[in-house]
Design a protein around this ligand. Structure first.
Ligand code: F6R
Length: 609
């Protein structure tokens, strides 16, 4: 959510800033800006509303050889998307870009109004003015002024600041919003996400909360807000360029759907022993005794990560006995006064590892003494670093705003965690074996599905693109899968889609069925198949426009469309069916001519509350 970049070195700063912002555009895309300084400190500040291409055209007309600068792509929080509200913001001779939210900006603004004429509605300009207040036109080092200002701030920030008075250094700081420093040869780069650094350097320093760094082209000095020096820990960026490119696909979303056989294989690598029908997860770092003692599993996530947790909870409950599994939405849970029973462990699920609500729950649960285990994708992210143990899902960068491959791997990783508990609790191997077998073949089953269905789904989607509303139905494990399918459709196609358990229809939602709605039913041939059929019949009897996704050969109701899949899976079919929902949402959205990868009003990695 919002992207920050910065450069100091001897190459062209504008070039890096624009290419870096393009890489981060999925984090926010309503306006963007950069400022660079020449060696005398003369600034070139360029901003544009809308996507980075707008800014890029402006830069093309204002090329500068400057070799220091900062940039930002915005997802609006305070103030509408506009050039005026776009970052960088200026106060005196300094410029700032900022991710996060300054919660006490109103009271700070009231105090600063006599010395600074505010031109934007943003909280960021308040922070700029506050730093400038302590900077006293360069009387103090910029980093001191930044520290003084940040001590007065409540909220979250990842910031980068430069001054016309010293065009050789950038000051960066973070609290609750990620910042990574790339170490190059005679150049130092900064970004809110390592993907902007790929191709420039593999060496990175991840700033921790409460740290401030002063960087020049060949040095990085880090200290805490209390002026304690911190030695920089240099880590290696694992991702390569191919992982962040579209690789021949029209959209990242399609690429990410199609790469699930390999991304899931990476999740499973070294963790499934098919011969012994066992799973092994090293990362959680829990002894057999600790695993055995777990009585209560809280699964915390937002959006798709929450759905993955809910789906996993249905499975884990099937094969464990003395374990309660409680999937919770982080944005709600953080303010609930939930009693956390003894012997609880929390799974903290997040693709980005930066989601503010999920992070807040993690911190709260840790404070209550609950052991926290991360199910995270982004390596080195805040959640990954703060959990007590964890399992990376290793699906590679997920760039499209709508989460797809992460969902599949999050769900499977959590089922594996459940199996790990069950193994330690001595649940009969014959009960667990079918789950392990299904997990082991899932990547191949996904590959088979993706070889056969996309064309048919593309054709099907064209027939449903003009509906205003959709109802997704599923029962048991298919219900969370239906929830995820509905979320995918609504967030990228803007069709109002909601999911209901098939058995709940007659308790209200059935009243909706009319020609403005279509219904997509996930109907695996499982123990509730016959009961789910009754639900389909109820909708059919009321003239519903029904699509059924099923692996059953006996399904014969005269619904509008049937997507028949064949699979060897016995238990994990709903996870496979979710890929049909992903493709369906994708093709409806392309048929409507909408921006698939960057849906309106949204951004990836929600680092604000
Ligand atoms: C939906 C989607 C969001 C995220 C949610 C959590 O497609 O992407 O609902 O799943 O914002 O994000 P992470 O997993 O990064 O914590």
């Amino acid at each position: 959510m919002c992207g920050i970049v910065g450069y100091v070195g001897s190459k062209n700063a504008q070039d890096f800033l624009i290419s870096g912002l393009k890489r981060l555009e999925y984090r926010g895309y309503d306006s963007a800006g950069i400022v660079t300084l020449n060696d005398k400190g003369v600034p070139t500040l360029l901003k544009a509303k809308g996507k980075i291409t707008g800014l890029e055209s402006k830069v093309a007309q204002n090329k500068r050889p400057d070799s220091i600068g900062i940039g930002h792509t915005r997802w609006a929080t305070h103030g509408e998307p506009s050039e005026k509200n776009a970052h960088p913001h200026k106060a005196g001779k300094l410029y700032i870009v900022h991710n996060g939210i300054i919660e006490n900006y109103k009271e700070l603004k009231a105090k600063l109004e006599s010395s600074h004429k505010f031109i934007s509605e943003t909280d960021t300009e308040v922070l700029a003015a506050l730093i400038n207040h302590f900077y006293l036109d360069g009387l103090y080092p910029l980093s001191n002024a930044v520290v003084q200002a940040l001590k007065l701030v409540h909220g979250t920030y990842g910031i980068a600041v430069i001054s016309e008075l010293n065009p050789t250094e950038i000051v960066v700081a973070r609290s609750g919003s990620p910042l990574v420093i790339g170490i190059g040869h005679g150049e130092t780069l900064i970004a809110s996400d390592a993907s902007a650094l790929i191709g420039h350097t593999k060496k990175a320093v991840y700033l921790n909360d409460g740290e401030v760094a002063t960087i020049s082209k060949d040095s990085v000095e880090i200290k805490t807000l209390n002026s304690q020096p911190v030695s920089a820990k240099v880590e290696t960026i694992q991702t390569d360029l191919a992982a962040i490119q579209k690789g021949g696909y029209d959209h990242f979303l399609l690429k990410e759907i199609m790469e699930q056989p390999t991304s899931l294989t990476e999740t499973l690598r070294g963790r499934v022993n098919l011969k012994e029908r066992l799973v092994h997860l090293g990362g959680p770092n829990l002894s057999d005794k600790e695993l055995k003692n777990i009585r209560h599993l809280i699964i915390v996530g937002c959006g798709t990560a929450y759905h993955a947790g809910m789906l996993a909870s249905y499975y884990i409950e099937q094969f464990t006995t003395d374990l309660t599994v409680d999937p919770v939405m982080a944005s709600e849970y953080r303010y609930r006064h939930a009693n956390v029973p003894d012997h609880s462990v929390a799974l903290i699920v997040s693709q980005s590892g930066e989601t503010a609500d999920t992070l807040a729950c993690l911190r709260e649960l840790k404070a209550q003494g609950v052991k926290t285990i991360g199910i995270v994708n982004a390596i080195g992210s805040t959640i990954a670093r703060e959990v007590d143990g964890g399992t990376y899902i290793h699906v590679g960068p997920e760039i499209s705003v709508a989460s797809t491959k992460a969902f599949t791997s999050q769900a499977v990783a959590m089922i594996m965690f459940g199996l790990t508990i069950a193994q330690a609790k001595g649940i009969k191997p014959s009960i667990l074996a079918p789950y392990v077998e299904d997990i082991a073949i899932l990547p191949d089953e996904i590959a088979k599905l993706l070889k056969t269905v996309p064309k048919a789904i593309e054709i099907l989607a064209k027939n449903y693109k003009d509906y205003d509303h959709a109802i997704y139905l599923g029962r048991d494990v298919s219900y969370p899968a239906a929830m995820e399918g509905a979320l995918k459709l609504k967030e990228i196609s803007y069709i109002d889609a909601n999911a209901y358990p098939t058995g709940e229809l007659k308790h209200g939602p059935l009243a909706l069925v009319d020609d403005r709605f279509f219904e997509l039913v996930l109907l695996p041939e499982d123990s509730l198949y016959d009961k789910s059929i009754s639900g389909v019949q109820e909708v059919l009897a009321r003239g519903g426009h029904i699509i059924v996704v099923t692996n059953s050969l006996k399904f014969s109701l005269p619904v509008e469309n049937v997507v028949k899949i064949t699979t060897k899976l016995k238990l994990l079919t709903p996870i496979l069916m979710n890929l049909i929902s992903q493709l369906f949402a994708y093709y409806i959205t392309t048929a409507k001519g909408l921006n698939v990868d960057q849906p309106r009003n949204l951004a990836k990695s929600v680092t604000v509350e």
